[in-house]
Design a protein around this ligand. Structure first.
Ligand SMILES: Nc1ncnc2c1ncn2[C@@H]1O[C@H](COP(=O)(O)OP(=O)(O)OP(=O)(O)O)[C@@H](O)[C@H]1O
Length: 281
């Protein structure tokens, strides 16, 4: 990566370039006994898991159990109190272009005085992409999320679902290898939400993205995820926040009707609901 005329070394890219002995065997992301204290309280107890390239991992758990905080450690917005988060085997210490963050609150994530295209260009400016490439790159990602015809509108002229697609397009413009998504569809109505779930699944498949997706909605987690990680609040002394790790062996592409009727979907939904209802969530 070249920024402002000087080479910037991305430690994870350097480790990947160094070949398989250095980083080839390392997962894209590894939470290694990560614990977090904030305001004098343990928010997250030592939690370890890995995310491999191309995986879609959903995180569920009751309000306040630390889902958002865990996600923030992966983008260096919060530093672990103990333990490490490693990308390709290299500890994460600062935000990186390769890791994009999608917030639930698209209204605050987008600049209202910039057009849709202008909001996407923000990511290109931040990544020091040459200005001559901006128009083509913005057009490409806006086409991917079905907003090509709305490039010159302002965010407040769009529906909530469209605004969230702008935020996703802006993240795609920075060409991330990992998308961190914090309840991105939580504020949307059920129909819009289902449409965006399918769009996201398609984008992930087409672009080979890796995603960590926080949601309150257990069905959404099973529908989208290759794996679901369930966190529990206040797990007790010496116990990890991570309470369950569930594989979702349901074939892709998935479908809103048939997948939700799939016996494995029904079984996993019952397992997760029971787990949360018992108060572990
Ligand atoms: N900077 C901070 N200082 C002190 N406490 C914090 C800070 N950030 C988060 N917390 C607390 O940490 C706990 C976990 O917060 P977090 O937002 O990670 O939970 P969550 O599982 O994502 O919740 P929700 O599902 O409601 O979004 C909450 O009790 C929250 O009040």
């Amino acid at each position: 990566m070249v920024a402002a005329g000087r080479a910037v070394v991305d430690p994870a890219a350097a480790a990947r370039a160094a070949g398989p002995t250095a980083a080839g065997a390392a997962p894209l992301l590894r939470f290694d006994a990560v614990s977090i204290r904030l305001g004098g309280r343990e928010i997250l107890s030592p939690t370890s898991f890995e995310v491999r390239r191309g995986e879609f991992v959903c995180i569920v758990g009751a309000s306040g159990c630390g889902k958002t905080t865990l996600l923030r450690t992966a983008s260096a917005l919060v530093a672990p109190t103990a333990g490490r988060v490693l990308r390709h085997g290299v500890p994460i210490t600062q935000p990186a272009r390769e890791i994009a963050f999608v917030f639930q609150d698209y209204g605050r994530a987008l600049l209202p005085w910039r057009t849709v295209e202008g909001n996407v260009r923000l990511a290109l400016e931040a990544a020091h992409v040459p200005a001559a490439e901006h128009a083509a790159r913005a057009a490409e990602v806006l086409a991917k999320v079905g907003l090509a015809a709305h490039a010159q509108k302002f965010p407040l002229q769009l529906s909530g679902g469209m605004q969230q697609r702008v935020q996703i397009a802006r993240c795609l413009a920075q060409q991330p290898e990992l998308m961190l998504m914090d309840e991105p569809f939580g504020a949307l109505d059920a129909m819009t939400r289902q449409g965006l779930q399918d769009e996201l699944a398609r984008l992930v498949r087409d672009d080979g993205l890796t995603v960590i997706f926080v949601t309150h909605d257990l069905e959404e987690a099973i529908y989208l995820g290759d794996r679901v990680v369930a966190l529990q609040a206040n797990p007790g002394p010496g116990r990890p926040s991570l309470a369950r790790m569930i594989d979702v062996p349901i074939p892709r592409p998935r479908d809103q009707l048939t997948t939700r009727e799939h016996p494995e979907f029904v079984r996993l939904r019952r397992e997760l609901f029971t787990f949360i209802e018992e108060g572990h969530g």
